[in-house]
Design a protein around this ligand. Sequence first.
Ligand code: ES4
Ligand code: ZN
Length: 326
Amino acid sequence: PSRDALIARLPKAELHLHIEGSLEPELLFALAQRNGVSIPFASVEAVRAAYSFSNLQDFLDIYYQGMSVLQTEQDFYDLTWAYLERAATDTVRHVEIFFDPQGHTERGLAFETVLDGIERALRDGEVKLGISYRLIMCFLRHLSEDAAFATLDQAMPHIDRIHGVGLDSSEVGHPPSKFQKVFAKARELGLHVTAHAGEEGPPEYVHEALDLLQVERIDHGNRALEDAALVRRIADEGLTLTVCPLSNLRLCVIKDIGQSPVRKMLDLGLKATVNSDDPAYFGGYINDNFRAIADALDLSEAEIVKLAENSFTGSFLPMADQIQHL
Ligand code: ES4
Ligand code: ZN
């Protein structure tokens, strides 16, 4: 249908993408062999079959296990380059990529191995694919704030290469308030700030992300819709929500794709965007996410265009660069 053609050709930015979550089973297998890392799967098919989750933690256990095949700077390059080539086929023009340094430094890798490989691919993507980028370092919220400070210290010699900080991993039981001090430090350094909030956690966590972390965006934000005052605030402040429809479905945040919060957010005048989160694990890249909700939510062409525009105006690009894409 014409909606699919529109989605296929619309320029878009991806604002919620964990680079480690773009590790496809084929590359996972190839890297396991290259690095002599043993994985508990006999085949690519067996890996895919294991990607059945009933909640966020179910997924995270498999996601952290998958990362173990990433060992060298070249591995991080190959991972990131594969994502960028795939994103280019979806007419993605700008990416703001999350990475989880603690998922790697905890395994004994140097912070620089991770950063150098990801960044080298991002620079190549800018030159060869015309995709601009920002890089967002996430703190793992199931770890302590001291561990987040140690990660920020490791990043300090390279801070000009990192554009923002985020907060991810197990949400419930690890509220934004736990990271108030380290986010204050990040803001003092001039970094952009965002946080996962309201994916599984209550609306109170979204309030905390705004009040205590002073985030510029809300990653997911599904459960913000349960709180009318919060909805009003998000609308009034023009805050961007980075929604991930297929992620929500596969992590059982929603029962079917027709329950994606994108419909309500658009109807409420909230600035929603569509993103792929961990595409290798959730069964689709950004255009797959657009197509899934376009059908299920019966999005108009104007709504699809609006979602793509929101991805640029909600990005960390300077205004002048945002406008170039509209
Ligand atoms: C994540 Cl979907 C999601 N939620 C929280 N943390 C994450 N890390 C990678 N994907
Ligand atoms: Zn995420």
